[in-house]
Ligand binder design. Sequence first.
Ligand code: ADP
Ligand code: ADP
Length: 223
Amino acid sequence: DPVLSLRGIEKTYLKGTPGEVRVLSGLDLDVRRGEVVALVAPSGAGKSTLLHVAGLLDTADAGEVRIGGREVTTLSDRARTAVRRREIGFVYQFHHLLPEFSAEENVALPQLADGRDRRAAFDRARDLLERVGVGHRATHRPAELSGGEQQRVAFCRALANGPALLLADEPTGNLDPVTADRVFDILMQVVRETGLAALIATHNMELAARMDRTVRLSDGRIA
Ligand code: ADP
Ligand code: ADP
């Protein structure tokens, strides 16, 4: 089974009002284990909506969402939250790290929330931070880190609970080109080593070309 499978996804905002906007209309997409897919679309085409539906942060009006072969559309909110926590990691354009916590605390927190014990959570946090080259920054707060370091920490947080699926929205979009390139290489390396399925929205065609496959979102579907 694909790690992520979307079938016939429909999403309309403000349905039945004059502001109604149909964003996804019969969208199908599969992302398999170990596959890194670039999601390319003009602004406003519905990339964020698609990532939110795939990441179980929002529900579609119709269609099927399967994570690891399991249909999740019909699950309770609580069960969906559990799937999201365990199976899905998110990276955004801005790091969204908690400013009052250190890098390692930011990476440990999702694990503690998922019931892992403190020692194991911090060991794993430090291990992940080492792997992306920011081990020496483990006890620093986000404000004390560079943009590239912040994004690498955010990335470790996304991987903290060992997800099967990584969803990223312009993960290097806020970095200067040289740093973006470096952070992207690190991201790809860890994704490859871990065998994750990844769906990465980007405007950067050079980055898209380094992924396994590019899909284009237009008129509410994958073109
Ligand atoms: P993208 O990420 O590709 O820029 P979005 O998924 O954010 O696109 O938005 C797609 C369309 O849906 C846009 O026209 C946007 O204005 C509209 N939209 C997004 N979220 C909402 C919302 N919560 N309510 C109403 N319209 C929305
Ligand atoms: P658990 O302790 O719950 O068994 P693991 O730490 O063994 O979890 O890892 C769970 C998932 O996370 C596995 O799919 C594994 O490939 C991945 N993983 C393990 N260690 C790392 C790491 N250091 N960086 C990234 N992913 C990892």
